[in-house]
Design a protein around this ligand. Structure first.
Ligand code: KG4
Ligand code: ZN
Length: 352
């Protein structure tokens, strides 16, 4: 019997097994991470090797540099994850891996390592969507959380409002028409000379500062669930350049607060409207920008007033990590056949 036919049968057995341990690998951007997750909910280990220090000097992620560093990090992280979980490779039932979206060179490192492990251990490979992984980050923090709910996805590469119908079925309600919210944070921070990644730096500088500058006065997307960040980003950059060309003072905290409020209010208000229209009572947040203080506070206070409960994953499950992939891989394994060994890395994948 071929490897794949064996794996289809193995997955059928795993679906009936009481305890399923998945070793997951995430390498879609500049963090390499390996985790071991039990039954999609219990994190036995989750180790992350960050490349922020390496990319900071370039002002952003350099894809080729990221791929090379993933190669150095991935197998030692597998060893570390096993050691922390006090397990051996033979205790692992399944390999989960991010197939996309992300930087293809980075994804390929995780994907190739995952394929090699799955084949060598003769266990199934589960290919995962990074964004669905971010949504699953909520299941690790909220053990009782179950679909359906509305999810606000705010990361460096994605901005979307999604209805999570069940663990593996999603309905896209709205999304960005251009830049992602995290990308806008990073670009504004760069122009202000704050360095990479800009989101946390803007968050810190904006904390407690009033938002007094209005950057985008009219949006054509007012009645839609879609958003646009390119106009806001350009307006902020033009504002800074104008001040600089006139030799006037650039009030960095005030610009950070005003940009942050405008960027966050736009998507938060639409998410709440989507939740009310869908008659749902839970909004979960996913992706790196869910670490933002203003976003967390303003979403919670606005939604709670309408009786909507807001879930935000623990900080470690907000930014890129393999535990969230270990969680979604479990639900994919329950619902879908395993991946073949010839699958490719995908730079873009739809949420559906
Ligand atoms: O989800 P993530 O770790 O990677 C992607 O899949 O994109 O998100 C990274 C993004 C970056 O743009 C970073 O600046 C942003 O999340 N970010 C934040 C904060 N922490 C991370 N943005 C605003 N406030 C924060 N506290
Ligand atoms: Zn991410």
């Amino acid at each position: 019997m071929t490897y794949y036919k064996r794996m289809v049968k193995k997955v059928e057995t795993l679906r009936k097994q009481k305890v399923v341990r998945i070793l997951a690998i995430e390498s879609s951007c500049d963090d390499t991470s390996v985790a071991i997750v039990e039954n999609g909910r219990k994190v036995l280990s989750n180790v992350i090797s960050s490349q922020i220090d390496i990319h900071t000097r370039f002002g952003g992620v350099v894809p080729e540099v990221a791929s090379r560093n993933h190669i150095l990090a991935v197998m030692p992280l597998v060893d570390q994850a096993l050691k922390i979980a006090n397990l051996q490779l033979s205790d692992i039932d399944c390999i989960g891996v991010t197939q996309g979206a992300g930087l293809v060179g980075s994804l390929l490192v995780g994907l190739t390592s995952a394929k090699a492990l799955a084949f060598a251990l003769d266990i199934p490979l589960i290919a995962c969507n990074h964004i669905k992984g971010h949504i699953a980050g909520n299941y690790l923090t909220y053990q009782d959380l179950e679909p359906p709910f509305i999810c606000l996805i705010v990361s460096g590469g994605h901005t979307a409002i999604v209805k999570v119908d069940d663990y593996t079925h999603f309905n896209l309600i709205g999304s960005t028409q251009d830049d992602a919210i995290g990308e806008a944070f990073d670009k504004v921070a760069r122009v202000l000379g704050l360095g990479y990644p800009g989101g946390p730096k803007i968050d810190k500088l904006a904390n407690g500062v009033p938002a007094t500058i209005e950057f985008v006065k009219h949006s054509t997307l007012l009645n839609s669930f879609d958003v646009s960040y390119s106009g806001l980003k350009t307006a902020v950059i033009n504002y800074i350049h104008n001040l600089q060309s006139r030799g006037e003072n650039v009030d960095i905290p005030s610009i950070c607060a005003s940009f942050e409020h405008e960027a966050v209010d736009m998507i938060v208000d639409k998410t709440i409207r989507a939740c009310v229209e869908a008659k749902m009572d839970i909004i979960a947040v996913a992706g790196g920008v869910s670490a933002n203080t203003y976003l967390r506070n303003s979403l919670k206070s606005k939604a709670n007033k309408l009786g909507i409960d807001v879930k935000v994953p623990d900080f470690v499950y907000c930014t890129d990590n393999a535990a969230m992939i270990g969680s979604i891989a479990y639900y994919e394994m329950l619902a879908n056949p395993p991946a073949e060994l010839n699958i490719s890395a995908l730079s873009h994948i739809e949420i559906k």
